[in-house]
Write a protein that binds this ligand. Structure first.
Ligand SMILES: C[S@@+](CC[C@H](N)C(=O)[O-])C[C@H]1O[C@@H](n2cnc3c(N)ncnc32)[C@H](O)[C@@H]1O
Length: 322
């Protein structure tokens, strides 16, 4: 039976979680059904399993039916979010995704582990596995290489890729970044934080990428470029452009803005190979990445869910342009 609207203090915290101002791990246990379901959802997103999915669907329904949600903009926002996620989780129940297989065992060199990176160790292994297993029928493109943590893993995998070694595969790796420093970059959960450069806002960090990634960079085509977004005006670098031919693997870590996803799709999707290319959204499994989920939902006829490794990265098979 509905008893009341959710307390305003809980709605405030819920909205801060959805915008990313508050990290789910920093919430203390409150006994609030609303905050508990959001915390669980955050955990599920980075570590999906079918059992948890069905439990969550029930918990979301229970939370929605507990309150009246017409109390104001915050209540409507949170209710809209829960309804949307509940529907999306229900739709995903039939998806044939691979959760964790070969990549769990992937071995990486020390030179890769030493690079300061925002991605998780499980994702680093996944990227090395992808690099090792692509067919070599198109290039690898990484958007948002930062200091090269993911780049190193992709290169390491590609160096062990039999098709590429045998000369049958012609894949090369291209990375794009504005390479402009912003203070938020030092405030993320970065591995090896003592190795982060100390830079002024908007200072170029390309040489720091090249130094951190020295063991791998000779195989990498590095592009300074930006896609329009919240901070685009501040980048003062050329727009990202792609004229390099077929792309077999596209790794996206350019943030979570819908417009950025749209722009990169316009630029790169014509070069994806229907039925073959893999597109990874590194930030998909973050509670605040609702616009990335929305983008993937809106492109469901082009992108079929593929891999769900532990961590925030989730990947899709490009089916074809619709
Ligand atoms: C979350 S970090 C990437 C972390 C990285 N994948 C790693 O291995 O640690 C996002 C990167 O994308 C770049 N970036 C974000 N939005 C961008 C945009 N619209 N255009 C160009 N670069 C962008 C930032 O400069 C930053 O280096």
């Amino acid at each position: 039976m509905k008893i009341r609207s959710p307390p305003e203090s809980e709605l405030l915290e819920a909205c801060s979680l959805l915008s990313g101002e508050l990290k789910p791990g920093t919430l203390s246990p409150s006994g609030s059904p609303l905050l508990t379901v959001l915390q669980r959802l955050a955990w599920f997103l980075s570590d999906e399993s079918d059992e948890i999915r069905s439990i969550l669907i029930r918990e979301i329904e229970a939370t929605l039916s507990l309150y009246y949600w017409d109390g104001g903009p915050r209540a409507r926002r949170v209710a809209g979010f829960l309804q949307h996620v509940g529907n999306a989780l229900r739709r995903q129940e039939g998806d044939a995704v691979i959760s964790n297989v070969g990549w769990l065992e992937e071995v990486l060199p020390d030179a890769a582990w030493r690079i300061p990176t925002m991605i998780q160790p499980s994702t680093m292994r996944y990227y090395a596995w992808l690099g090792r297993n692509i067919k070599g029928i198109g290039h690898v493109v990484e958007l948002g290489c930062f200091l090269g943590g993911a780049t190193a893993c992709l290169v390491h995998g590609m160096r062990k890729n039999n098709a590429i070694i045998a000369g049958e595969g012609k894949s090369e790796i291209h990375v794009f970044d504005s390479f402009r420093w912003f203070p938020w970059m030092a405030n993320q959960d970065v591995t090896n934080p003592d190795q982060l450069p100390v830079l002024q806002p908007r200072q170029c960090f390309r040489e720091h990428f090249e130094r951190a990634c020295a063991a791998f960079v000779e195989d990498v085509h590095v592009h300074e470029g930006a896609l329009p977004g919240r901070l685009a005006a501040a980048y003062e670098v050329p727009a990202v452009r792609w004229t390099g031919g077929a792309v077999e693997l596209l790794v996206v870590d350019f943030g979570d803005e819908y417009t950025v996803s749209q722009e990169l799709w316009l630029e790169f999707s014509p070069s994806l190979i229907p039925g073959e290319s893999i597109v990874v959204f590194q930030q998909y499994g973050l509670l605040r990445s609702q616009s990335v989920w929305r983008f993937c939902e809106d492109h469901r006829s082009e992108l079929a869910p593929l891999h769900r490794p532990t961590g925030t990265a989730k990947s899709f098979r490009f089916i074809g342009r619709r």
